[in-house]
Design a protein around this ligand. Structure first.
Ligand code: F6R
Length: 615
């Protein structure tokens, strides 16, 4: 994980780097650092803590002048988060500085070798080893910075996005990538370097995304030269026009990104529909599916690979695909799938779901599936991300940047894309009639308005949050399409409020978790009208007999659950298939309010990062 930012040009680098790091804090926020070159000296400041801590410290301890610099916000892998392990790292001579996102797996062997040659190390990081390896190569081979970086990278095993600066070559920054994202913003006689485009969006709309195993020398007054790290061959830079704007990556008056993103869902789902859901003509258009229709229709099964919230969206999709398109679906944690020698054939279609498009386990699962001949389809939010590029075809969710670490609009837009796919395939296979297809399309089109309505429960959810905020445990129950929503509700609560929560299929309760229920245990039960309603109501009765506190998520106008539950939160009625898009809304709000009331850092929960680019 980690976020990296660099600047070389005619402006003051400091504010660009600090502001850029703040935008990248979703990638890691346990320590931060900056190095600036002011024309004479290379100054560096770093600290444990957030970018705001770095801002305070750097002002006090270094001149913040200079139009070349690099900065880093860290999510620790090697070495605890402290001042010394924070990046940038100097080489022994003090001439080189480096920032790094990723892991150098063979750093220990290289470190021993360097120690034998007299090098000393301040930190416990793999990164400090890499910068000294580069320095040693410069010495041994008399190589220029770019060449030394290239030779060093051919010796290391692992993943990286790096930026290296040499104060003896102060008009250039050398960057490289393998497995961690890296973008270059191309301005008028200035360049920006960052883990994603958000740090430079107000300066330029032109960006080059480095591919894996590529490096570039970013030199003032010159074109960006990209080379393959392995064979030194030149690559033509492809300059993309960015679609993102500044407003999308700001809080726009909300207290937290998470709340903003919860409220963005009606718009985000509409954007997901755009150009795809044509209800008047009664068609769904998805180029990635259309172009590969045969693969989908001839597939023996669909295997969905994902992690975390995206995995939950995959579970919802399993219900939807099997119900509508009658295609067998298996949903796999990417992290398990990649290591368990799974049976995959050329007749399998693999769908990889990822908001960031950078999740290391999902990426590895994709590579494995491709190596076995499967066709791999990606459902990603971040345009141009590694997973979007690695898959054979795909569909973007178009949710817009998701900055809060807890995923919200990514989840609902993933379900939206997967619903559109399932409906399109169902129509092509003839597993639903044209009248049912039409009915589904009309209902799907109403979802953004219904999400808007579900959001109106916000104040009431806040009141409920206040009652239960001090509970130590929560249970979430759901059935059918809403079982994965129970899992997702529990995940949201634990990740941002640090309250223990479990999600279960409602009927599984009696096989164990029921033993946990007493008057201290709030149980959130999704009991919408069409989803095995009577059965779930029986489960609610079982909870009530054991004095559990019941928070029911029900369909508007419900009376039955109201009689049994301590609280009910209503969501509009819809097809059972699409109900997760509505029932998930109060669960997102519940976790949000509880976390805020407990004084937790909602957008940046402890130990987490938005983009999990390490195993
Ligand atoms: C939870 C959350 C994580 C991610 C998971 C996968 O709120 O955000 O569980 O869903 O790390 O990330 P992506 O979707 O980027 O592959």
């Amino acid at each position: 994980m980690c976020g990296i930012v660099g600047y070389i040009g005619h402006r003051q680098a400091y504010p660009i780097i600090i502001e850029g790091l703040k935008r990248l804090e979703y990638r890691g926020y346990d320590s931060a650092g900056i190095a600036l070159y002011d024309g004479n000296s290379l100054n560096l400041s770093k600290t444990k803590g957030k970018v705001s801590d770095l801002e305070a410290r750097s002002h006090a301890e270094m001149p913040i002048d200079g139009s070349i610099g690099i900065g880093h916000t860290r999510w620790a892998t090697h070495g605890v988060p402290n001042d010394v392990n924070a990046h940038p790292h100097y080489s022994n001579s003090g001439n080189l500085v480096i920032i790094h996102n990723g892991i150098i797996e063979n750093y220990d062997a290289i470190k021993k070798e360097l120690i034998n040659r007299g090098y000393t190390f301040q930190s416990d990081t793999d990164t400090e080893v890499l910068v000294n390896l580069i320095e040693e190569i410069q010495k041994q081979e008399g190589a220029k910075l770019g060449k030394a970086v290239q030779i060093a990278l051919n010796q290391v095993v692992g993943a990286y996005a790096i930026a290296v600066f040499d104060k003896n070559k102060p008009n250039e920054i050398v960057i490289a990538r393998l497995g961690s994202p890296l973008a270059v913003g191309v301005g008028e006689n200035e360049f920006f370097i960052a883990s994603d485009a958000s740090p430079f969006i107000e300066y330029t709309k032109n960006a080059i995304y480095l591919e894996d195993e590529e490096m570039a020398i970013i030199r003032l007054g010159k074109e960006v030269k990209i080379r393959k790290i392995k064979d030194d061959s030149l690559v033509d830079p492809y300059v993309q026009e960015l679609q993102m704007n500044l407003e999308q990556i700001e809080k726009s008056g909300y207290d937290h990104f998470m709340l903003k993103e919860i409220y963005e869902q009606p718009r985000a789902i509409l954007d997901t529909f755009r150009g795809r859901l044509l209800s008047k003509e009664a068609i769904i258009k998805m180029a990635g599916v259309e172009d590969n229709m045969k693969k989908f229709l001839n597939a023996d099964r669909i295997i969905i690979v994902a992690c975390g919230t995206s995995w939950h969206a995959g579970l919802v999709a399993e219900y939807i695909f099997e119900d509508l398109a009658r295609i067998p679906v298996e949903v796999e944690y990417a992290s398990e799938f990649r290591y368990r020698n799974p049976v995959i054939t050329e007749n399998d279609v693999v769908i990889a779901i990822s908001q960031s498009g950078e999740t290391a386990d999902t990426l590895a699962a994709i590579k494995l599936a491709k190596s076995k001949g499967a066709f791999v389809f990606g459902v990603c939010n971040v345009v141009g991300s590694s997973i979007a590029r690695e898959t054979d075809a795909g569909a973007y969710t178009h949710a817009g940047p998701e900055i809060g670490v807890a995923s919200t609009k990514a989840f609902t837009t993933q379900i939206t894309v997967l619903s559109l796919m399932a409906l399109r395939l169902a129509r092509a296979k003839g597993t639903i009639s044209s009248s049912d297809f039409r009915r589904y399309l009309i209902e799907l089109e109403l979802i953004p308005n219904k999400v808007e309505k579900a959001l109106q429960s916000d104040n009431y959810v806040k009141e409920i949050s206040n009652i239960y905020k001090d509970s130590r445990n929560f249970l979430y129950l759901g059935r059918g399409f809403n079982f994965p929503v129970a899992l997702e509700g529990a995940l949201k609560l634990k990740e941002i409020s640090y309250i223990h929560a479990e999600g279960y299929p409602a009927a599984e309760m009696k096989h164990g978790p029921i033993a946990l229920i007493d008057e201290q245990m709030p149980v959130v039960v999704i009991a919408t009208k069409k989803g095995h309603y009577e059965k779930v109501v029986s489960n609610i009765q079982e909870i009530k007999s054991r004095k559990g506190k019941i928070i029911g998520i029900v369909t508007e106008g419900d009376v039955h659950v109201k009689e049994l539950a301590d609280h009910v939160i209503e969501v509009p009625e819809t097809e059972e298939t699409f109900s997760p898009l509505l029932t998930t809304i109060p669960l997102q709000l519940l976790s949000y309010h509880i976390a805020v009331m407990l004084g937790k850092n909602v957008d940046q929960p402890r130990n987490l990062a938005k983009s999990v680019t390490v195993e």
